[in-house]
Write a protein that binds this ligand. Structure first.
Ligand SMILES: [Zn+2]
Length: 392
């Protein structure tokens, strides 16, 4: 579509939340959000139109800068208007398809910069039905039917077989795809259904427990989407050195394999940690009246630290303090065995007096992060030595 060019006069300049806008004596810019549609973009003189809002009967054109003059030349982007018209007409057709095939009404329509959605009044819908509606919609596109737009009076309106009735006052604009769909609509549309090119449903899902939301794209956006997906598929295909038709089976088997590996690794780790715990508890010593193991273990993940710590305290009645340095923080896991009288929450309290601390736990276990990586062992030893603060 060609750009739409017109001359107008600026009759008002203003700001909303610091954003500059102008009002013209007449305008062809379609406002954002009207009838669920995206708004036009373009230029007013040398200023870029960023958004268009309708407010109390006025059309506010938000611009990046105020035009210097009052008599202005305006350009509405034809490319964007075409994209909007394609998607709006595609919506009429898709909604018409659901209505004609299954008597399902469209409750609302939303047009976004990336994709559009319609909410159809159906609790559930099958994949086959969505496909059938998509196919019928595309047949209507391919038949290149003229899209009629005209005004009617309220009386004439009564005789029209409308897909959906709205309350209206004043001029009533009708958009008709002959023998297929008649709607009341004030938006922008293409002149022939063939201009839409293709309508592609991307996905659908249940929303608000009463609607099915159908996501779709049309025209060049559908082509871009197809291009992108073809590329992704081709990349995955060469990465896995598998033909496209076998990809799904290949990925399923990889996922299964990975799950099994994970299970195997967990089993191996558990066996290994049993041995390590056996050795570690030999290093425990009595401080004051408490049997303690304080040990730095390197390159352990948080989960592994916890796993190992619990095994240590199960092997022997002791207080297990394992820590691992991770750059600026040290992860500390404390587990308390049976009969150990150290109060972990008081221990934490005393620690937090000395340095920054995060984390917590319960009376038998704690997972802490300290902003410190030196003197950890000595600090714990001193605290446990001066036991009256932390031992019951
Ligand atoms: Zn429309």
């Amino acid at each position: 579509m060609e750009d739409i060019i017109f001359n107008a006069k600026i009759i008002k300049r203003g700001k909303v939340n610091g954003q500059k806008y102008v009002v013209l004596n007449e305008t062809t810019f379609y406002p954002d959000g009207k009838g669920g549609q995206l708004g036009d973009r373009g230029t007013i003189s040398h200023s870029k139109v960023l958004s268009v809002k309708e407010k109390e009967g006025e059309i506010l054109h938000f611009v990046d800068q105020f035009p210097l003059e009052d008599e202005v030349n305006c350009v509405v982007s034809g490319k964007r208007r075409m994209d909007i018209s394609v998607h709006h007409t595609a919506q009429h057709i898709l909604s018409g398809a659901f209505m004609n095939l299954f008597n399902i009404e469209t409750s609302s329509f939303h047009m976004g910069e990336k994709y559009c959605t319609i909410d159809i009044a159906a609790l559930d819908i099958s994949k086959e039905r969505v496909r059938a509606a998509e196919e019928l919609a595309n047949k209507i596109v391919m038949q290149n039917i003229p899209v009629k737009k005209y005004f009617v009076t309220e009386k004439q309106l009564e005789k029209l077989p409308l897909r959906k009735k709205h309350d209206v006052n004043g001029k009533i604009r009708i958009v008709e795809i002959p023998d297929f769909d008649i709607s009341m609509c004030g938006g922008t549309h293409v002149d022939y259904t063939g201009e839409i090119g293709i309508i592609k449903v991307l996905k659908y899902e249940r929303v608000k427990k009463v609607f099915q939301r159908i996501y779709f794209v049309a025209g060049m956006r559908a082509l871009r989407d197809y291009e992108r997906k073809t590329e992704i598929l081709s990349d995955i295909s060469s990465l896995l050195t598998t033909g496209e038709d076998e990809l799904l089976e290949k990925i399923k088997s990889l996922v299964k394999e990975q799950k099994n590996r994970k299970k195997e690794i967990t089993q191996l780790k558990n066996t290994l940690f049993e041995y390590i715990a056996e050795e570690l508890v030999k290093e425990s010593k009595v401080i004051g009246t408490t049997n303690v193991l304080i040990k730095e273990v390197k390159d352990y993940s948080k989960e592994d630290l916890i796993n190992l710590s619990k095994r240590c305290k199960n092997k022997k009645s002791l207080l297990s303090i394992l820590y691992s340095n991770k750059g600026n923080v040290t992860e500390v896991v404390i587990s308390k065995g049976n009969g150990i009288k150290v109060d972990l929450s008081r221990l934490k309290e005393e620690l937090s007096k000395k340095f920054g601390l995060r984390g917590g736990g319960n009376s038998g276990f704690m997972m802490l992060e300290m902003n410190r990586n030196e003197g950890i062992k000595e600090t714990f030893e001193q605290l446990i030595q001066s036991e009256k603060k932390i031992v019951d």
